[in-house]
Design a protein around this ligand. Structure first.
Ligand code: HEC
Ligand code: HEC
Length: 412
């Protein structure tokens, strides 16, 4: 009797325990976002999202440094002006939140780039196909190799994905849409579903004009990309300070900024304002948990670039934990301590990595470490956070309704 009891316990443990798959995780503080009831018939909006200005029929990115450049010199940086059609942005927003684009109608872009987690998912590594739920508590399903970056200011990124394998948003979108481990869809599936949906037919007409009666996958990607280009973040306290509001940062934060741009910490060499990235690839020696990630080397074949990744932007960085391509650093304090110890040099990174010469032991004091973290916290601005549509044209459950995902058979 006792034997069977113990035997049964062991068998059920082996069968039902998913423990090896389960990662340790922290649940980051959630960002604020609005959930809105869509208008009747999903009429598209001709109003620009917050943070973008309406000029002659288009939404134009309101980039503070462009203004300051004219007024008082600014930081000597200027960015290309981007004009977007408000209706195309709004169409892209519905597509982004609609699981209709995925093969099994379960997964939307927003499941992994969720407003609650500042357009990332709060996970070490994202979970793709066959997963349940969204954000840090998403479970089961295919565990992807890397962590999901947030999408803030992707409009100004010269390379996309951690190792930069795409150079524009249009090429990038084919990654998640058609990868069998992620949304597992195809252009044919997307086109036949959307062309059969009378709401989407009208919405594409509104956005692109009556002549384009057939919805193509490239038009879908065009709308998604316009929406992504509207996700800008340029009005943080740091931006206010750097454009003349000297009260916007306190003494500790300014000390932090001075450390950030000092020759000791050298953060600003790779993460220079205003984007807080120089858009190039660098090896800092982040440790991979299981399989090694060779990063940029896999694209260029150069062993000099082994383990190199595109320098990520630090905009909204306080909101997008955990950090790094491997999602292995849980907090900003972990990140700063990692750098302070010499990055990979001080943390046992493999000896075949050519770690960048700016990443060295720094010897920052506890006060300097906390000031640097305070400074990183001034880069938060979620003014352009997209509104979450309570329902989408397909009628499928959006990434707010966890419960309905348990009843998969009800979704055809
Ligand atoms: C299953 C989770 C998941 C889904 C669904 C998903 N993504 Fe991602 N996304 C990721 C991960 C993980 C990465 C990083 C992958 C890499 O670098 O190899 C990423 C990277 C990106 C990037 C590059 C950002 C940068 O800074 O380099 C963009 C843009 C993006 N995704 C947009 C989208 C869009 C649009 C959709 C929907 C069509 C989508 N994603 C669906 C997880 C996801
Ligand atoms: C040599 C260039 C370089 C320097 C110097 C540098 N970084 Fe980075 N930083 C990177 C790269 C590359 C990554 C991504 C590495 C990865 O994922 O493997 C990164 C990642 C980060 C991240 C995580 C971003 C995210 O979205 O997950 C933070 C935060 C960060 N750096 C802050 C700093 C701070 C603070 C300093 C100064 C102490 C600094 N960096 C110095 C290149 C650099």
């Amino acid at each position: 009797m006792k034997f069977w009891f113990v035997f049964g316990f062991i068998v059920s443990f082996v069968l039902f325990c998913n423990c090896s798959k389960e990662e340790s995780r922290i649940i980051p503080e959630q960002s604020k976002f609005e959930v809105v009831e869509p208008p009747l018939d999903f009429q598209l909006s001709s109003v620009c999202p917050p943070g973008l200005n309406f000029e002659k029929g288009f939404c134009v990115i309101d980039y503070r440094y462009v203004q300051s450049l004219e007024k008082n010199g600014g930081l000597g940086q200027t960015l290309a002006q981007v004009k977007l059609d408000p209706k195309v942005i709004d169409l892209g927003r519905y597509l982004f939140f609609d699981p209709i684009l995925s093969g099994d109608k379960q997964l939307s872009c927003a499941h992994c780039h969720h407003p609650a987690y500042s357009l990332s998912d709060g996970r070490k590594q994202s979970i793709g196909r066959d997963g349940v739920g969204y954000g840090p508590t998403r479970k089961n399903g295919v565990i992807l190799k890397r962590s999901a970056p947030s999408l803030w200011n992707v409009v100004y990124m010269k390379h996309l994905f951690w190792e930069g394998r795409a150079s524009n948003l249009e090429d990038q979108a084919e990654g998640p849409l058609y990868s069998p481990d992620e949304m597992a869809s195809s252009p044919e599936v997307i086109e036949s579903r959307l062309n059969e949906n009378s709401y989407y037919q009208k919405m594409f007409e509104q956005a692109y004009g009556k002549k384009r009666l057939k919805i193509s996958a490239s038009l879908v990607i065009d709308a998604l990309s316009a929406f992504e280009r509207s996700l800008v973040s340029f009005s943080s306290r740091f931006d206010k300070w750097s454009t003349g509001d000297k009260e916007a940062l306190n003494k500790e934060e300014l000390l932090g900024y001075n450390i950030f741009r000092s020759f000791v910490a050298r953060c600003a060499e790779c993460h220079p304002p205003p984007m807080f990235t120089n858009n190039v690839f660098a090896t800092i020696g982040v440790l991979d948990s299981k399989e090694r990630d060779f990063g940029r080397e896999t694209i260029t074949g150069q062993d000099l670039l082994r383990g190199a990744f595109r320098v990520p932007s630090l905009r909204n960085i306080a909101k997008t934990a955990p950090y790094m391509h491997a999602g292995n650093l849980n907090t900003l304090e972990d990140v700063v301590r990692f750098y302070n110890e010499g990055g990979g040099r001080g943390n046992g990174a493999p000896s075949d990595l050519r770690i960048h010469w700016h990443v060295r032991k720094m010897g920052l004091s506890e006060k300097e470490i906390s000031s640097l973290i305070s400074f990183l916290n001034t880069l938060t601005d979620e003014t352009s956070m997209p509104k979450f549509p309570k329902s989408v044209p397909s009628g499928l459950p959006v990434a707010l309704e966890i419960e309905s995902y348990h009843n998969r058979s009800s979704i055809k």
